[in-house]
Write a protein that binds this ligand. Structure first.
Ligand code: ATP
Ligand code: MG
Length: 730
């Protein structure tokens, strides 16, 4: 068994302990994910039916890579029937089969964060609640946190403490909003991301026969990145594993970075309590990074009070020091990074895909995109506005959603008058009010216009337009019965007038919108072909829609395997590795974020983020910061991040020969970063130098340089935090 040969002793123990609860708690790069992968291969080699294995990963990408690796050991056909994916995708699949238990249609729509915000806005409007006082994103985050703590509407109203809590926060209408939002989703036959977990819990608690079925099926359960599971996920795993207790979790408390979304570090710390017989394995050797990187990361994370003490070392080469670059502006920083990548590509023959640019918030990407594009360096932005979030793509998807689920009022609103067909807002409002009064879905009214017409109060011209629209949707639905999803979608794009409408706009943006629709069609074609090759594949339109609703982190552009620089938030980079990492924007208020610098807990979470970022690097890490940055529409002075000063200077090399960089320490003593023996402790608080900084504005992109970046992939539920959009577990 060759695959066991490459493991160290502790890894071997974890891989070959097949029965009973097992926890691997270990630092970054120590092979946790590798252990999980090999353990699955080993289970299958030991004749466990892959059908009985459930593996939960943090991203779809991770699941895909793991599956490929397992297939290499046990063969394609064995690997195929494994259930492997994110919590959301696995449980969406279960919910589809069992939806009838919960009164949902099996073709329920999955709302991404934007859809659910739209529904919330409508709820606020219906309740006449001022959206300025109740910021939709804030309301969304609150509802999300109820759901992740399994607080249903009923539980909410039965809990005076929660109600008081919301009252104290000046949000006394939260209960009513929550109720109306849940009702709206239910009526639309839709679940948001948190519902996928909440409803699975409901399913497993309320219906013991369903629980028993999945307990018997998933005899072996494995979870990667266990430190970032929230309460809801924790309960699902616990319920499923309670019969056989063959549960293996791997994680690192030092990399817990989702507490703002309810991740509960105590899940990992409590594993021993839940399973007193659990075997725990710790891994100490980091195989990913150079000694210099591992040591630097250890020094920083040791500043956290709340943590398990772990020993992590690297036996790799000592490696280069981490290079620190001080830039004058964000544009200057981006140019430095792009030039560095360009030089290394040319002189060291590094591939572009060897590089990652990691930042704290999505809004930082623009400067880097400009700089990379100017040098014609191919790149890909993960996070930010997803390909599937683009308006034209969402519009076509809304048509398709409506075909699959007629009750999807959100989809209907989006396209009933798009492209414009004379069904204006007044008509739509009349329809909504009427449907509400009758307690039926709008589509029910549309489907029976003849019956409802006398009461509707709409003129004949409008009635004809409505009935034409509905006849078109119905015709698509009929077509869907005999034709494949691609053909139908093509027909929808044409007959709805969408393509023509987009094509009429001959500006570069207009052309790229048409290309995006084409790209959506391509991705559909690819999906259908892929599914047709699978034993239990689902090439249907609803299969495709589910796949994209959940595929936030998957790459879907033409250059999937292309050689390109990766740009992503640190949150999204978890679990990944790159030969060279540029960690940028190391400034106070940016990283640590101004939103998360007030308590020790918040700073500790930011520090864990820093640890995650640095430990993605295999060979080289670069830190950079700007002394002034274009933010919120103006140039703001910036101070270097405190995390810079927490890395022991022996691991750093400052690379601005020409720039005089003076810092003062806390005692006010000047210390120059080029000092051979800087006085300790040293802080990087920048001495206020009031000089005007010439901001080098990014140059416009020459017309002949076609942008090389394509899909921007995201995270549908970055909603839980106002300033950060992060990778979601989908
Ligand atoms: P993270 O905490 O960042 O998720 P991890 O603990 O999951 O990291 P892996 O991604 O599994 O670590 O492994 C890190 C790297 O080290 C990978 O490239 C992996 O192939 C390599 N690696 C792990 N174990 C060994 C080993 N025994 N021999 C050689 N390489 C190894
Ligand atoms: Mg890992």
């Amino acid at each position: 068994m060759d695959y066991l040969k490459g493991l160290n002793e502790a890894q071997y123990e974890a891989v070959t302990t097949l029965e009973g609860p097992l926890m691997v708690l270990a630092g970054a790069g120590s092979g946790k994910t590798r252990v999980l992968t090999m353990r699955i291969a080993h289970l299958i080699t030991n004749l466990v039916d892959p059908f009985n294995i459930l593996a939960l990963t943090f991203t779809n990408k991770a699941a895909k890579e793991m599956k490929e690796r397992i297939a290499k050991v046990v063969g394609q056909s064995e690997a195929r029937s494994l259930w492997m994916g994110t919590f959301h995708s696995v449980f969406a699949r279960i919910l589809r089969s069992e939806a009838h238990y919960l009164g949902f249609p099996s073709n329920f729509t999955i709302y991404d964060s934007q859809d659910s915000l739209n529904v919330l806005r409508k709820v606020l409007k219906d309740l006449s609640i001022d959206a300025d006082l109740y910021k939709p994103k804030k309301v969304q985050a609150r509802i999300s946190s109820y759901k992740n703590n399994l607080i249903t509407v009923k539980a909410y109203f039965n809990n005076p403490e929660l109600i008081e809590n919301d009252e104290r926060a000046n949000m006394k209408h939260m209960g009513a909003i929550y109720q109306k939002y849940v009702d709206a989703c239910y009526r639309n036959g839709a679940m948001d991301f948190d519902d996928l977990l909440l409803r699975t819990n409901e399913l497993l608690t309320r219906f013991p026969e369903v629980l028993a079925k999945y307990q018997d099926r998933f005899r072996y359960i494995l979870v990667d990145e266990y430190q970032d599971t929230n309460h809801s996920q924790y309960l699902i795993v616990k319920a499923l594993a309670s019969k056989f207790e063959n549960i293996c979790v791997v994680g690192d408390d030092a990399q817990s970075i989702y507490s703002f979304r309810g991740a509960n570090i105590f899940n990992i710390l409590n594993f021993k309590k839940d399973y007193p017989d659990a075997v725990t394995v710790s891994l100490e050797q980091n195989y990913r990074s150079t000694q210099n990187i591992v040591n630097a990361a250890n020094v920083v994370i040791s500043k956290n009070v709340q943590q398990f003490k772990k020993n992590v070392f690297s036996d790799n080469e000592e490696g280069e020091k981490i290079k620190v670059y001080r830039s004058l502006s964000d544009a200057d920083e981006a140019n430095f990074v792009a030039s560095n990548i360009w030089e290394q590509h040319n002189s060291l023959q590094r591939r572009f895909s060897d590089f990652a640019i990691l930042y704290r918030t999505n809004s930082q990407t623009r400067a880097f995109e400009d700089a990379l594009r100017r040098k014609n360096i191919p790149y890909k932005v993960y996070g930010g506005l997803s390909f599937y979030q683009r308006k034209e793509v969402k519009d076509l998807i809304a048509y398709l959603r409506l075909l699959v689920n007629e009750n999807d009022a959100e989809a209907l609103t989006r396209i009933i008058n798009y492209p414009a067909r004379g069904i204006g807002e007044t008509t739509q409002n009349k329809l909504t009010v009427f449907a509400d009064k009758k307690s039926v879905a709008i589509t029910e009214v549309l489907g029976n216009l003849g019956h409802y017409a006398p009461e509707l109060g709409l003129n004949n011209g409008i009635l004809t337009k409505l009935s034409d629209f509905w006849a078109m949707i119905k015709a698509f639905q009929v077509m869907l019965k005999s034709e494949n999803a691609y053909t139908v979608a093509m027909e929808v794009a044409k007959r709805s007038g969408l393509i023509k409408f987009l094509k009429d706009d001959q500006t570069p943006e207009g052309i790229s919108r048409v290309e995006n629709v084409q790209e959506l069609m391509n991705s559909m074609q690819g999906y259908i072909e892929e599914q047709q090759q699978l034993e239990d594949g689902d090439p249907s339109l609803s299969g495709f829609l589910e796949n994209i609703a959940l595929s936030a982190d998957t790459q879907n552009d033409k250059n999937e395997t292309g050689d390109q620089v990766s740009l992503m938030t640190i949150h999204l980079s978890k679990g990944l590795e790159f030969p060279v990492v540029h960690l940028v924007g190391l400034e106070e208020n940016l990283f640590p974020s101004f939103m998360s610098s007030s308590t020790r807990e918040e700073i500790e979470e930011e520090r864990r983020l820093f640890y995650v970022a640095l430990t993605r690097a295999e060979k080289q890490a670069y830190f950079s910061y700007a002394v002034s940055r274009f933010q919120w529409g103006k140039i703001t002075d910036a101070e270097p991040s405190r995390f810079l000063s927490e890395v022991d200077s022996q691991y750093l090399e400052f690379i601005n020969p020409a720039v005089e960089s003076r810092f003062v320490n806390h005692s006010g003593l000047k210390s120059n970063i080029f000092d051979e023996h800087p006085s300790e402790p040293r802080s990087f608080t920048r001495k206020s130098e009031k000089k005007t900084i010439e901001r080098s504005e990014p140059q416009p992109v020459p017309q002949n340089l076609k942008p090389v970046a394509t899909a921007r992939i995201i995270n549908p539920s970055g909603a839980s935090s106002e300033n950060i959009e992060v990778g979601d577990q989908v």
